[in-house]
Write a protein that binds this ligand. Structure first.
Ligand SMILES: Cc1cc2nc3c(=O)[nH]c(=O)nc-3n(C[C@H](O)[C@H](O)[C@H](O)COP(=O)(O)O)c2cc1C
Length: 309
């Protein structure tokens, strides 16, 4: 297993349920991403052996270090889930989701709900830390539910002995659109001695540099900025905005081929949403999207991709 080197800014792919599955992660991992995280996995589903959940745990051979992100609010169930992960090889760490605002997660006391009850958040984190046989325990947080309490959150998390924090600089109330509070991220960084990774609305090299400078964070995490643009990590690693259409096409085809490998024929249908974003800004994109929305055959889809991009 490779260890993270925080002597220079770390660059991570954010977990995005429904997007950052194994095929997507394996593609971005080639571009200088330091670590990848699974999509959020419910501790309940993992503890009780859902087959779909097991598939979501799988990583690509190039993902190292690889983190599995769990959500949950019960210590008992979290312990069972961690014990399941203890049987799996190739996982560097377990990340606790303390940021998800979705009602089906929040209303069960999980995700960002934990930010409203820091002692409970600590119990869950300490359970992971106590029972996990993985190298890292981490937390991905927001800066509060309604009110901003970034420093309280950072200190509560650090107190559990976790290795680092990733912070999406919005409250739960701020959803995905309120301005990201980079001052709050800076305050968290200032308040703790463990590394802090800044997240939220980082979409390109210039913004990545600006956020690192402003927050003094130990790294950045990119989510939506990589959807339809996985090469953003290449641009950051190379300090270079240039990326040819030829290379983009190669990457899109590679992503598609990995989707079919992982999901079989259904990968074609699942890839449609990615093609919608990949085709943004291309001439004839509207027609292309209509056309691919009816395609289920991988060979036909590949041909359309080759002809369009
Ligand atoms: C569709 C979608 C799915 C997400 N799924 C997760 C998830 O599974 N786990 C998690 O911690 N955050 C999840 N997030 C939040 C992102 O990881 C990230 O914190 C947020 O989008 C802000 O970063 P960005 O502006 O770079 O996208 C999700 C966000 C979106 C838009």
């Amino acid at each position: 297993m490779k260890y993270l080197d925080f002597s220079k800014p770390v660059v991570a792919l954010a977990p995005l349920a429904g997007y950052t599955d194994l095929p997507f992660r394996s593609v971005v991992k080639n571009f200088g991403v330091d670590y990848t995280v699974s999509e959020m996995i419910s501790s309940n589903a993992l503890a009780y052996n859902s087959e779909k959940t097991k598939k979501m745990l799988t990583k690509s051979p190039n993902e190292d270090p690889y983190f599995v992100q769990l959500s949950g609010s019960s210590e008992e169930i979290m312990r069972l889930a961690v014990e399941k992960l203890n049987e799996c090889e190739g996982i560097a760490g377990i990340d606790l989701n303390c940021g998800c605002p979705a009602p089906k997660v929040f209303n069960h006391g999980s995700g960002s709900n934990l930010l409203g009850d820091l002692p409970r958040l600590q119990k869950i984190l300490k359970t992971i830390k106590k029972y996990s046989n993985k190298h890292y325990t981490t937390a991905k947080v927001r800066i509060g539910i309604d009110e901003k309490i970034p420093v309280d959150i950072a200190k509560a998390v650090e107190d559990c002995g976790v290795d680092f924090i990733a912070v999406h600089g919005r409250t739960k109330k701020g959803a995905y659109k309120a301005p990201v509070d980079y001052d709050a991220i800076a305050a968290m960084k200032e308040a703790v001695s463990i590394p802090v990774i800044a997240n939220g609305d980082i979409t390109d090299l210039a913004k990545a540099k600006k956020v690192l400078e402003h927050t003094k964070a130990d790294g950045i995490m990119i989510g939506r900025g990589a959807v339809g643009k996985p090469w953003v990590f290449y641009q950051i690693a190379q300090n270079n905005q240039e990326i040819s259409n030829e290379l983009k096409k190669k990457i899109i085809l590679e992503h598609f081929s990995k989707m079919v490998e992982f999901y079989n024929e259904y990968g074609t249908v699942m890839f449609r949403k990615h093609l919608h974003t990949y085709s943004k800004g291309y001439e004839g994109a509207h027609h292309f999207r209509d056309e691919i929305n009816t395609i289920t055959d991988p060979k036909k889809m590949e041909e359309l991709i080759r002809n369009f991009f």
